[in-house]
Design a protein around this ligand. Structure first.
Ligand SMILES: NC(=O)c1ccc[n+]([C@@H]2O[C@H](COP(=O)([O-])OP(=O)(O)OC[C@H]3O[C@@H](n4cnc5c(N)ncnc54)[C@H](O)[C@@H]3O)[C@@H](O)[C@H]2O)c1
Length: 353
C-alpha cells in the first residue's frame, strides 16, 4: 500500500493540535480535529514537512509530533519546502486571506492533492486562480467546510432528500457569539445552507451589523484573528430551486451554530445544541423525534483526507470542491456588496468589486 507524503503549511491549533483522548481508554481517541492528528490516524499517510512563518510553531510541531512523524522537516518558507520535498498531499492552514498563492505554487511543484482550509479565499480572483491551477493539472482540491464530513449533517441531508419533511422550502441559519464573523465562521454556516439547498444562488440581500455598516464591498480583515475586522450580519439568500435562506450571523448574541430546515410537512433542526425532526400530523401537532447521529468509521478531517486520496487514485467529484468553496465566497461578498448598497439585491454571478 503506497504511503502518501503529506506536508502542512500553517501550524496553529487546527493544523497541529494533539490527538485528544476519548471518554474512556477502551474507546481510543476522539475523532481527530487537526490536520496532523488526522494524518497520524491514516495508515497510508505520513507528514514529511511542515512550515510556518513563526519558528516557535515549527519547533513545537517537531517536539510534539517528532515521535509520530520522525521524518518531518521544518521550514519557515513554504517555497523552499515545495522545492526541497517531494509532497503528495498538502494541507493549507494559513490565515483566511493567505491560501491562494500557496495553492498555485503547490500545483506548480507537482503536489498531487490539496486540502485547503476555509474560506477558500477572500476574493473571487484568488479563488478562480486556485481552481484554475488545480484543474489545469488535474489536482483534486478540497475545502475544509468540515460539516460536509460530519455524520449527523449527512444523515440530515439524507432525511431531507428522502422527503422526511416534504420538499425543503426555507432555511433559518443562525451563528452567534463573539466570533460570529462572516468570513472566518459564517463561511461554515453559509456552506451548510448550500449543502441542504442543493441549488445555485439567484440573489442575495445583506445587512451588516451596526458596528460594520461602513465596512465596504470588499473583505478588509486580517485573516481571521481579530473579530473587529470581519463583520457579522444578516442576509436573505434566494436559490434557483425556490429554497430561501435567512441568515443571522451576528456578534453580541449567544454562541450558537444552528440550521432550521423548514419543509412543506415538517422541520429539521440541527446544530451545536440541537438535533431533532418535527413531522406535523393530521391534527396539526408536531411529532418531535431526536435526530440520529450515526456512528461511522470515518468522519471530520480523516474522512476528508481519505477522500482526497481516493480522488487522486480514482478521480471523481469531491464533497467540498473549490467550486463549492467559491459559491460560498460569492455569497459572502454579495452580502458585503448588498450592505454597502443599502441592502439592494445582488444577483448572481457576483464579481469582485
Ligand atoms: N475547519 C475548522 O474547524 C477551522 C478551525 C480554525 C481555523 N480554521 C481555518 O484554518 C486557517 C488557519 O486558522 P488560524 O486561526 O490558525 O489562523 P491564524 O491566522 O491565526 O494562523 C495561521 C498560521 O499560518 C501562518 N502563516 C501565514 N502565512 C504563512 C506563509 N506564507 N507561510 C507559512 N506560514 C504562514 C501564520 O504564521 C500562523 O501561524 C484559516 O483558514 C481558518 O479559517 C478552520
Amino acid at each position: 500500500m503506497a504511503t502518501y507524503r503529506a506536508a502542512i503549511v500553517g501550524l496553529t491549533g487546527i493544523a497541529a493540535g494533539p490527538a485528544q483522548p476519548g471518554p474512556d481508554p477502551v474507546l481510543g481517541e476522539l475523532m481527530p480535529h487537526s490536520h496532523a492528528a488526522a494524518y497520524a490516524r491514516i495508515p497510508t499517510t505520513t507528514v514529511v514537512a511542515v512550515c510556518d512563518l513563526a519558528p516557535a510553531l515549527v519547533s513545537r510541531f517537531c517536539k510534539e509530533w517528532g515521535s509520530v512523524f520522525p521524518e518531518a522537516r521544518g521550514y519557515s518558507d513554504y517555497r523552499e519546502m515545495l522545492a526541497r520535498e517531494q509532497i503528495d498531499l498538502l494541507s493549507v492552514v494559513t490565515s483566511d486571506h493567505r491560501h491562494a498563492q500557496i495553492v498555485v505554487d503547490a500545483v506548480a511543484a507537482s503536489v498531487r492533492g490539496i486540502f485547503c482550509e476555509k474560506p477558500i479565499a477572500t476574493t473571487l480572483a484568488d479563488a478562480d486562480r486556485m481552481i484554475a491551477a488545480c484543474a489545469r493539472r488535474n489536482v483534486p482540491l478540497l475545502i475544509d467546510h468540515t460539516r460536509r464530513w460530519y455524520p449527523e449533517y449527512l444523515e440530515a441531508r439524507r432525511l431531507v432528500r428522502s422527503g422526511a419533511i416534504g420538499s425543503l422550502r426555507r432555511i433559518v441559519a443562525t451563528l452567534g457569539g463573539s466570533r460570529a464573523m462572516l468570513f472566518r465562521n459564517g463561511t461554515h454556516l453559509i456552506d451548510t445552507v448550500c449543502l441542504f439547498a442543493e441549488a445555485e444562488p439567484l440573489w442575495v440581500s445583506g445587512e451588516l451589523d451596526d458596528e460594520h455598516r461602513d465596512y465596504g464591498p470588499r473583505y478588509a480583515g486580517d485573516g481571521g484573528r481579530d473579530p473587529a475586522t470581519d463583520p457579522g450580519g444578516s442576509a436573505i439568500i434566494q436559490f434557483q430551486n425556490g429554497v430561501r435562506a435567512f441568515v443571522n450571523a451576528s456578534k453580541g448574541t449567544p454562541a450558537n451554530f444552528e440550521l432550521d430546515l423548514i419543509g412543506e410537512t415538517g422541520r429539521l433542526r440541527i446544530g451545536s445544541h440541537v438535533g431533532e425532526i418535527w413531522r406535523f400530523l393530521d391534527d396539526g401537532l408536531p411529532a418531535v423525534s431526536p435526530l440520529r447521529s450515526p456512528h461511522t468509521t470515518r468522519g471530520d478531517l480523516v474522512a476528508a483526507i481519505e477522500e482526497l486520496i481516493r480522488l487522486i487514485e480514482h478521480g471523481g467529484q469531491g464533497s467540498s470542491t473549490g467550486e463549492d468553496g467559491r459559491r460560498v465566497l460569492a455569497i459572502l461578498l454579495g452580502i458585503l456588496q448588498s450592505s454597502a448598497a443599502g441592502g439592494r439585491r445582488m444577483h448572481f454571478p457576483i464579481n469582485d468589486q
